[in-house]
Write a protein that binds this ligand. Structure first.
Ligand code: ADP
Length: 328
């Protein structure tokens, strides 16, 4: 059976980008067609300055949202990364497989490091080695497919390269995984800065739709979205990034094609209005189920405990084999 692994970082409140780019497919397809693991990758949240209590709170909220979005613990494994030691254990072997040049070429590292420096902060070494931990997350489970948004494609490519290199040097140990990207909304852009991806850890929040936003907040953010010069609705991600982004979001929420949708609108206002309502409807059940689950913390705890145990059992033999293979 196909093995799937993917994760989400508790570095902020989950966004519409996380949902449309990744979670939605986990819920609608992946958990039914494969043996799938979904993880709140809390160790990754320590790569930038963080508040411990906030990380703990966001980890819990992210896990609750995964269940609220529709992941069924009877069908897939939902767990928290730091509860399974194998991730950190294997990460070290991945650091011993990768080169520093490879790590420095990662776009996410360059962008986040530049942001930290702009703020006058220092760059944590773990921000550079982040892809080694991510490779470990994926390879520990013999993963075939990694359903992610476009921004993570480069890290999955590096993971593939590390798996191949390790296997060649130390003998067949890891499955070589591949990224699967969504057909629409692989990169949801910030509504205020449509050339930048909608990211949960951005400081300015007016252009970010959070999964737990109230309907009124969603409507306000969409209606205030920055649009491009001109007034005709065309799908052009280069020249008209603002409108293309709204069309992508509407298309992803309604199962339509963004180019086909463009032909149906002749004003930005009508497009925004329909997009806002479509997003409100997509998020409504998630928000409602989240409220119910948040009121039952012991249920969520139980799911995460069982998930971690199952994940540990799956990862352990492969990580042990990797340690033996390198001579330990
Ligand atoms: P973030 O950038 O919000 O911290 P994560 O690193 O936690 O995102 O990513 C969780 C998943 O959500 C990944 O598969 C990532 O590719 C996807 N994702 C994140 N932001 C977006 C976006 N704006 N558009 C599409 N997918 C996204």
């Amino acid at each position: 059976m196909t093995r799937i692994f993917s994760g989400v970082q508790p570095t902020g409140h989950l966004t519409l980008g996380n949902y449309l780019g990744a979670m939605r497919r986990w819920v609608a397809e992946d958990q039914y067609r494969a043996d799938a693991l979904f993880c709140v990758v809390d160790l990754h949240a320590l790569t930038v300055d963080h508040d411990p209590a906030r990380v703990r709170r966001l980890t819990r909220q992210a896990a609750t949202l995964l269940l609220a979005a529709g992941l069924d613990p009877e069908r897939c494994t939902v767990f928290v990364q730091s509860q399974v030691d194998e991730h950190a254990r294997l990460s070290y072997l991945m650091e011993c497989t990768a080169t520093d040049g490879e790590m420095r070429r990662m776009i996410q590292y360059k962008e986040k490091a530049a942001r930290e420096r702009e703020r006058g902060g220092s760059v944590r070494l773990s921000l550079l080695t982040y892809p080694a931990l991510m490779a470990a997350d994926i390879l520990a489970y013999g993963t075939d497919e990694v359903p992610v948004g476009e921004d993570q494609a480069q890290h999955v490519e590096l993971t593939r390269a590390l798996a191949v290199r390790f296997n060649q040097r130390y003998g067949q140990t890891f499955v070589v995984p591949r990224a699967t990207l969504p057909a629409v909304a692989a990169r949801v852009m910030d509504l205020q800065e449509p050339t930048v991806k909608m990211g949960k850890s951005r400081a300015r929040t007016a252009g970010i739709i959070y999964l737990l936003d109230e309907p009124e907040a969603v409507r306000k953010k969409v209606m205030r979205a920055v649009t491009d010069a001109g007034s005709d609705v065309v799908y052009d991600r280069e020249e008209r990034p603002g409108i293309a982004n709204l069309l992508d979001v509407l298309a992803a929420c309604t199962g339509r094609d963004p180019r086909g949708l463009a032909e149906e609108y002749d004003s930005y206002g009508a497009l925004k209005k329909d997009t806002a309502e479509a997003v409100v409807e997509v998020l409504r059940p998630v928000r409602e189920r989240h409220a119910g689950l948040a009121a039952d913390p012991s249920y969520v705890d139980g799911v995460l405990r069982a998930g971690a145990e199952r994940a540990r059992g799956m990862a352990r033999p492969r990580v042990d084999a990797a340690y033996r293979a390198v001579g330990l």
